[in-house]
Design a protein around this ligand. Structure first.
Ligand SMILES: [Fe+2]
Ligand SMILES: [Fe+2]
Length: 199
């Protein structure tokens, strides 16, 4: 199959555009979180934004690598998921998008690439889908905990870490004010591993 005429080329271009949008949206969410003083959510969203841009670069490079001629423009038809609401709903929206990427979009793009004979690209779609699965789990858990107002509550004692000074605080509930540097709980570090442990 000639890559230039393949559906896979279009799918890579769509994926590139989608990842750029996700990268931008996550930076906007990070900004909103910062405006609300939620430093730990800002940090999470900045990290995810960087990872989405890394995905965009993977797709960008795959297009360049597989095209014989330099591409000046690739036409695509795609939606532009748009939701500008409050922080909680934007996190929910992001989690839904991550879910559709890892359960529907990328698996289907991978299958098409496989059928068209582009093994390396098929594999990359699969690997990115695994990351989007982790993103979904993180955002979904973040949304649920924020909604239930239980972001800093754990059923078992846990080592909460202050993201500002590094102080660790042991207990079933995160600190209100860091005993070492006086940071608020909005500085308590958040990550996926933590969500797995505090359930
Ligand atoms: Fe991504
Ligand atoms: Fe993602």
């Amino acid at each position: 199959m000639d890559f230039e005429k393949s559906q896979t080329k279009i799918n890579l271009a769509r994926s590139f555009a989608g990842e750029c949008q996700a990268g931008a949206r996550y930076q906007f969410i990070a900004q909103k979180a910062m405006e609300e003083g939620k430093i730990n959510i800002q940090d999470i969203m900045k990290t995810l934004a960087k990872q989405e841009m890394a995905h965009a670069k993977i797709y960008w490079d795959l297009i360049s690598k597989n095209c014989k001629e330099v591409q000046k423009n690739i036409e695509i038809k795609a939606g532009y998921p748009f939701e500008d609401t409050d922080l909680l709903q934007m996190i929910k929206f992001a989690s839904n998008n991550e879910k559709s990427e890892n359960t529907t979009i990328y698996p289907s793009f991978s299958k098409i690439a496989e059928d068209e004979g582009f093994k390396e690209i098929a594999e990359k779609f699969k690997l990115v889908a695994l990351v989007e699965h982790d993103h979904f789990m993180l955002l979904d858990e973040l949304y649920n905990k924020l909604k239930a107002r239980s972001l800093f509550k754990s059923s078992v004692p846990f080592e909460w870490k202050c993201g500002k000074c590094g102080h660790t605080f042991y207990g079933k509930e995160g600190f209100e004010i860091c005993p070492l540097c006086d940071a608020t709980k909005d500085y308590i570090s958040l990550d996926m591993m933590m969500f797995e442990k505090i359930k």
